[in-house]
Design a protein around this ligand. Structure first.
Ligand code: AMP
Ligand code: ZN
Length: 271
């Protein structure tokens, strides 16, 4: 199958090893479900990790889907309940941030920082070697174009099918097995395999800039999107040079790896 071949090539490119334990970040959506399904099919040692964002019926549906997927795959599922662990739902935490320290920050930007902070910490506690997410060709094309349009291509320097330039014992490497796989193919595959998946988009997806860029990328053919990311790969060594070499520190407040003295998460929640 074409999609499986593409993922196989991606995994080869990043030298993923079958001895490694991989934690797949499962949102309840199609992309991460397909990521887990294929990694398992190829014989990798995986476990699931889901953050229950506490966002009403949507989150409940995601939790049901993720549990069913892990049951079907016969893998362990670790659930992080944000209400229990942090005291409130993602919606509440986000609006508190937007009325305080993080005025002007977009929903998805805040949510992304919080999810990454949780994932790294929990993955480290679980002693896994890598975290896999479901980011796909469309997501990555949008992010790359957005960084270029903002005039900051260096923001793409650490991105790719595997996180680069960061080797720190407290930082868990993240991989994106679907980096070169188009969203339309993932959708078809998840339907064909009848994976338990929530197809609706996150109700808080209000990032208008990404929406505009998505509008544009949706008008592109798959080949064109692939070409953009091929260019990204060609340019990425040069983009690296645009980056000022930064040393990873540990956040003075939470101890997580951070480029600044205080990590993005703690800057937002100002603990
Ligand atoms: P998104 O930023 O929502 O497009 O999600 C990108 C990737 O992050 C997904 O494919 C998942 O791998 C991971 N992810 C998103 N939401 C969650 C969640 N609630 N729990 C675990 N992983 C998630
Ligand atoms: Zn911190």
């Amino acid at each position: 199958m074409e999609l499986e071949q593409k993922v196989k090539q991606t995994l080869k490119k990043i030298n993923l090893n079958k001895k490694e334990k991989i934690l797949v970040a499962l949102s309840g959506g199609k992309d991460s479900a397909v990521t887990a399904h294929i990694l398992k099919k190829f014989g990798f040692d995986i476990e699931g990790f889901h953050i229950d964002l506490g966002m009403g019926e949507y989150s409940k549906r995601c939790l049901v889907a993720v549990k069913k997927l892990c049951d079907n795959l016969g893998i362990n599922l670790h659930i992080y309940n944000i209400k229990k662990e942090m005291g409130s739902s993602m919606c509440y935490i986000r609006s508190a941030i937007q009325t305080g320290q993080g005025k002007g920050l977009k929903n998805c930007a805040i949510c992304g920082v919080i999810k990454k902070w949780i994932m790294n910490r929990e993955a480290r506690k679980l002693k896994v070697n890598k975290i896999a997410t479901g980011h796909n060709l469309d997501d990555e094309t949008q992010t790359f174009l957005m960084n270029i349009l903002k005039g900051s291509p260096q923001l793409s320097a650490n991105s790719g099918a595997i996180t680069r330039n960061i080797s720190d014992k407290k930082f868990i490497t993240r991989i994106k097995p679907l980096f070169y796989t188009a969203e339309e193919d993932i959708k078809k595959y998840s339907k064909k395999m009848k994976l338990p998946v929530v197809y609706e988009k996150c109700p808080c997806l209000l990032d208008s800039y990404r929406k505009e860029v998505r509008h544009f990328t949706e008008s592109l053919t798959k080949k064109e999107k692939e070409n953009i990311m091929k260019n990204f790969d060609r340019l990425s060594d040069k983009i690296q040079k645009l980056k000022v070499e930064e040393k990873l520190n540990y956040c003075e407040l939470c101890g997580e790896p951070s480029r600044k003295k205080i990590c993005k998460m703690c800057q937002m929640v100002k603990r």
